[in-house]
Design a protein around this ligand. Structure first.
Ligand code: PEP
Ligand code: MG
Length: 889
């Protein structure tokens, strides 16, 4: 018989898959003896069954009742008991934290009778009625589906009638009246009455939390965070404790270290006389945690002790939510806290130094995405001038964009290519699409733990929150600064998430300290700690990784930069990039050539230019392998645009002029070469087989560059790579020609030139016949861009913009297969090719040079698939080094 419910005392943090993160950690804290209000967790499996079958899991209701009975027995009172009600909270809690994306129902157990009992035992009628109205409001919207705005409007109307600015000024009678209004609203909208039976309230809330897994907000969040859709959420049922019982009560959130920088020391926000939700929502401004020491020293000390226990137990930064109910501290939640990339590196280094974690675990805790973020620019502080406002530095980095005042406008403008800054009083989960679309988020309310701050930090998005000097007028689409400056929608703002400042206009950006260190080895004092932590992580990664990292580079400058970033060679030099600009004309001549003589002339003109390019790259990568790919793209890419040319010729004719002979000739050539689907047309190795002299010219340029480098005392290691091979015979023909030219150059120069000849594997047929191809290929390099395109049948140029968002929405894949390698399809082809290639030619060197070579998740796959190296753009080289190290752990 499957079990769906676990007491907190039965679980533990290793069971997060079943109990969700929150449930597993509540269990862990319970077992550590920390003061956790008692409760139980309903498993993610129950959720999956419910969502999968549409029916309540068999036996769930019975299990919930049994655990409720136990909870009641321990508390000595029943749920909703009229004279002294036990009240419960029902909260979601998935395997991966999804802050605010799913539903919560609080104060379950209140009804028309027990509200009076609560008033008596708590000594506060106002508190009892306020709790009841919160329950009716949350239950009405979450469980019964009444539009939440209607409750807000009713509340706003009552405040208006009473002439009071906010909720705290409403008295018990007002709130009792509000409960009646809410109840009628529910009946009016649903035809149903608000349920008075506490057990009904409880069970229906549980099912509503299950359903919220599939709500729009939750789905969007999962897509953004690459969280699988089929995990489901657990549900935690827990005794309510109250932080809103007067000045000796309150709620807060705290971190064992600063989640922005990683520096040690307690850190957080506290809100006296408030429930936890009020803190996270950022509706009222909190005080720093240190203030609690003054307000309630005993609770503060106790909290500090628990935080120390947690950090040592989890061996990591923890964040917690706590409530103080009339002087008694309760721990409501803990988890290994989210942090900025900077903090992740700093904390890992420090915990290693403290001996809390081994070096490999430190490496496991940092990531390539974070490193990439640290390589972003910041503002040039000397150019910032005075800020429009200051706020809380909630998520670091610098960003510039046009101010927009709601999520929809952010999405609209971003879709049109504009950079925007989303400005709100505070954000709610409904602002998610706007936050995703914006460069930065700016709020006038809320602390570092408000929704805006937590979500932005998780996304690596710049965020300044709690900029109280700003008055944000969402309706009027403007903000006003303290000294009366008005910023209308569309005005450009610069947001500094590291310093917590907002500047008017566009502030220039400066490179990051990490980038400078990577490029030059220089470190300034201010960033020494961070740079040191990054350097240590990279060093460790280099020590343990098996994958080599090369770069995709086509110029000596890029090659040199890649080398500084730690690349051990070039995995892909795309020679077509050397045919652009001025040289395009020479290619045009080669394409238009009438007869061999003309073509040879054009090729001869290209030869020295190519030789010089190759020489520079070989020099920059002296001693390291440089894989030079023969020309790949369709030739018409080097010719003028067909339509423009046709218009020019037609216009000349219409004027009665004779079109320029060159134009007519070009147009004829362009028409001749035009292909409906050039990516599948005359490109890659096919060009080499069809255009006489092309391969010979490129190989000669490579070989002569090698000779020059050898004569200059260098150690050039050129490798020749043939693109888009589908059959071994294609490669065989090209390889013959390569050999011939290499022999000629060797003979003529007296310098033996021996370049290995390999192939790209970027067609399914090549992967499937890799054994045979390895007979001719001295190395393989997977071109996963084309391999993804041809395996899926997705045009790499078009589909992402066309319909990938629909595919992501519908969960066909959690991430674009052009970003992260598709393990099941493309990955399988890669595995087949590796196995068959190496079986045919033991020791065959194999790498990857598609975009995936710099993608963290893909790097882990390539490691597992047994490749020798990944090759990626120079800026991704440090990321690939780090991830290759992590993959080897
Ligand atoms: C590839 O297809 O993955 C590749 C590296 O080649 P290109 O992107 O130049 O087609
Ligand atoms: Mg390719």
């Amino acid at each position: 018989m499957v079990r769906y419910v676990y007491e907190f005392a039965e679980g533990g943090r290793d069971r997060a898959g079943l109990l969700g993160g929150k449930g597993a950690n509540l269990a862990e804290m319970t077992r550590l003896g920390l003061p956790v209000p008692p409760g139980f967790t309903i498993t993610t499996e129950a959720c999956r069954v419910f969502l999968g079958t549409g029916a309540e899991p068999e036996g769930l209701a019975r299990e919930v009742s049994e655990h409720l009975l136990a909870l009641e027995a321990a508390a000595g009172r029943r749920l909703g008991q009229p004279d002294d009600p036990l009240l419960l909270s029902v909260r979601s809690g998935a395997r991966f934290s999804m802050p605010g994306m799913m539903e919560t129902v609080l104060d379950i157990g209140l009804n028309d009778a027990s509200v009076l009992g609560l008033a008596k035992v708590s000594g506060s009628e106002r508190f009892a009625w306020d709790s009841y109205r919160r329950l009716v409001q949350m239950f009405g919207s979450t469980v019964m589906g009444v539009d939440a705005a209607l409750f807000e409007q009713a509340l706003a109307r009552l405040k208006e009638v009473r002439g009071v600015p906010d909720d705290v000024h409403l008295d018990a009678a007002d709130l009792a009246q509000l409960v009646e209004t809410y109840k009628s609203l529910i009946h009016e909208r649903t035809g149903e009455y608000f349920p008075q039976l506490p057990a009904d309230q409880l069970y229906r809330s549980v099912l509503a939390v299950f359903e919220s897994w599939n709500g729009d907000r939750a789905r969007l969040y999962r897509r953004r965070e690459h969280i699988p859709d089929d995990l489901g959420t657990a549900v935690n049922v827990q005794r309510m404790v109250f932080g809103n019982l007067g000045p000796d009560s309150g709620s807060g959130v705290a971190f064992t270290r600063d989640p922005a920088t990683g520096r040690p020391g307690l850190y957080g926000d506290y809100l006296p006389d408030a429930q936890g939700e009020d803190v996270v929502a950022g509706i009222r401004n909190t005080v720093p945690l240190a203030e609690l020491e003054r307000l309630d020293a005993r609770s503060y000390e106790e909290l500090c002790a628990h935080m120390r226990t947690l950090e040592r137990h989890y061996r990591d930064l923890c964040d917690i939510e706590f409530t103080i109910e009339r002087g008694k501290l309760w721990m409501l939640q803990t988890r290994v806290g989210k942090r900025t990339a900077e903090a992740a590196f700093a904390i890992a280094a420090e915990l290693i130094d403290e001996g809390l974690i081994p070096a490999d675990e430190g490496l496991a805790r940092v990531g390539g995405d974070g490193l990439a973020r640290l390589m972003f620019p910041r503002f040039d502080v000397s150019a910032t001038g005075s800020p429009l406002a200051r706020g809380i530095p909630a998520s670091p980095g610098a960003a510039v964009g046009a101010a927009v005042f709601d999520s929809a406008e952010a999405v609209r403008r971003a879709a049109a290519g504009e950079k925007v800054v989303l400005v709100r009083q505070e954000t709610t989960p409904d602002d998610m699409p706007g936050m995703v679309a914006a460069q930065a988020v700016l709020t006038s309310r809320g602390g570092k733990t408000s929704h805006a701050a937590v979500v932005a930090r998780g996304m690596g998005k710049v965020c300044v929150c709690g900029a109280e000097e700003l008055t944000v007028d969402t309706e009027g689409r403007r903000l006003t600064t303290r000294d009366g400056q008005v910023v209308e929608e569309g005005t450009v703002l610069s947001v500094d998430g590291s310093a917590g400042a907002v500047y008017p206009g566009q502030v220039p950006l400066v490179d990051s300290a990490v980038m400078r260190y990577l490029e030059t080895g220089e470190v300034d004092e201010a960033s020494a700690e961070l740079v040191g932590a990054v350097a240590r992580a990279l060093e460790r990664a280099d020590g343990v990784r098996r994958l080599e990292v090369r770069a995709n580079a086509d110029t000596p400058e890029d090659a040199a930069r890649a080398r500084r970033f730690g690349a051990r060679g070039i995995g892909l030099c795309r020679t077509e990039h050397m045919f652009l600009g001025e040289r395009r004309r020479l290619v045009e001549e080669m394409v238009l050539a009438r007869g061999d003589a003309e073509r040879d002339r054009a090729l001869a003109a290209l030869l020295p230019l190519q030789r010089r390019d190759f020489g520079g790259i070989l020099e920059a990568m002296d001693g390291l392998p440089v894989t030079i790919r023969l020309l790949d793209p369709p030739l018409h890419e080097f010719l003028p645009d067909r339509t423009a040319l046709a218009v020019r010729v037609a216009a000349a004719e219409a004027r009665g002029d004779l079109p320029a002979a060159h134009d007519t000739e070009l147009l004829a050539a362009v028409n001749r070469m035009h292909e409906e689907n050039p990516m599948l047309g005359l490109r890659g190795v096919r060009l080499g087989l069809v255009v006489p002299g092309l391969v010979a010219m490129q190989v000669r340029a490579i070989a002569e560059a090698v000779v020059e480098r050898v004569r200059a005392g260098g150690s050039p290691r050129a490798e020749i790579m043939v693109p888009l091979v589908g059959d071994v015979r294609e490669l065989g023909i090209v390889r013959e020609e390569v050999r011939r030219v290499l022999a000629e150059v060797s003979a003529a120069s007296g310098v033996p030139v021996d370049c290995p000849v390999g192939t790209m594997i970027e067609l399914p047929r090549a992967a499937l016949t890799a054994g045979r191809i390895a007979g001719e290929a001295e190395f393989f390099s997977f071109g996963t861009n084309d391999l993804t395109q041809t395996t899926w049948g997705f045009s790499r140029d078009d589909v992402e913009a066309e319909f990938f968002s629909a595919y992501l929405d519908k969960g066909v894949f959690p991430v674009s297969p052009f970003e992260t390698v598709d393990r099941d399809g493309v990955g399988r082809l890669i595995s087949i090719a590796v196995a068959e290639g190496r079986a045919a030619r033991p020791g065959l060197g194999i790498g990857v040079c598609g975009e995936h070579g710099g993608d963290p998740a893909s790097v882990h796959f390539f490691h597992a698939a047994g490749l020798d190296y990944v090759s990626c753009s120079p800026f991704r080289v440090p990321v690939a080094r780090l991830e290759a190290g992590r993959a080897a752990l």
